[in-house]
Ligand binder design. Structure first.
Ligand code: NAD
Ligand code: ZN
Length: 234
């Protein structure tokens, strides 16, 4: 096994579950009571903008009621103390990694705290509701702002940067993600192809569990803290 210098971490909804945010496919196969295809597609937004905007407005407002948990804090500690390269790629649209203090991170599926203008393509930090059709700060168009969320069928953000980091990774760690959503679900194979060790930390084994060198099963608040302690304190 080669020495570990470059680390890429992929996180999913499971890392925020213990903060009180529902995962994508809960036990009933729904996200907060909705079928995913009724909420997370460009077609859904075109067909029923009130439903989709109201749904994401509620998710954005809910961020004020939750706090980062021990897993977010451990990853922020790793970011602060790890002297090699590190990139946290989150599929989450919440802001809990950055509120815990993580800096070397990106939101590949967009973020609730950002709005995207359908007219000019501008992205801007956004903290309040979009249902009232506020004007875009860049082009002035009213009613054109949508949640800055990557819907199914849309291209995730920063794929080139992610691919480059995966090619250089010595260690790839996937935390709290079901492995059902591509391209993120394929990151383990890319990292492994380029020689990385691969570790999964998850409450249930993901669809792609067999691609990992090692899988540890349990809650993120426990497994992530243990793994970060292992890495930093030996
Ligand atoms: P998912 O809901 O499909 O899978 C969640 C995974 O987390 C499962 O494997 C489950 O076993 C695991 N899990 C649940 N509780 C856990 C815990 N306490 N500790 C460790 N693991 C736990 O989520 P996903 O794979 O991230 O799906 C991706 C999509 O869901 C993304 O596009 C994302 O934007 C969206 N989403 C985001 C949030 C958020 O930002 N918090 C919430 C729901 C959905
Ligand atoms: Zn605009």
């Amino acid at each position: 096994m080669r020495d570990i210098s470059n680390i890429v971490i992929l996180t999913g909804a499971g890392v925020s579950a213990e903060s009180g945010l529902a995962t994508f496919r809960g036990p009933d196969g729904l996200w907060e009571g909705h079928r995913v295809e009724d909420i997370c597609t460009p077609q859904a937004l075109a067909r029923d903008p009130v439903l989709v905007q109201t749904f994401y407005d509620a998710r954005r407002a809910a961020l004020a009621t939750v706090e980062p948990n021990a897993a977010h804090r451990a990853l922020a500690r790793l970011d602060a103390e790890w002297t090699g390269d590190l990139l946290i790629v989150t599929q989450n649209v919440d802001d809990l990694h950055e509120r815990a203090g993580a800096v070397r991170m990106l939101h590949m599926h967009g973020e609730l705290k950002s709005a995207l203008c359908r007219r000019c393509g501008g992205r801007a930090p956004w903290a309040t509701d979009l249902i009232d059709g506020p004007a875009c700060g860049a082009c002035g168009q009213a009613g054109g702002l949508r949640p800055d969320i990557v819907f199914f069928g849309e291209m995730p953000y920063q794929m080139e940067r992610i691919e480059a980091a995966l090619e250089d990774a010595d260690l790839f760690v996937s935390i709290g993600t079901s492995g059902a959503v591509y391209p993120a679900a394929g990151f383990v194979q890319t990292a492994r192809h380029y020689g990385a060790q691969t570790l999964e930390l998850n409450l249930d084994p993901s669809a792609g569990s067999h691609f990992f060198h090692e899988t540890r099963i349990g809650p993120a608040s426990q497994l992530v803290v243990e793994w970060v302690d292992e890495l930093l304190d030996g």
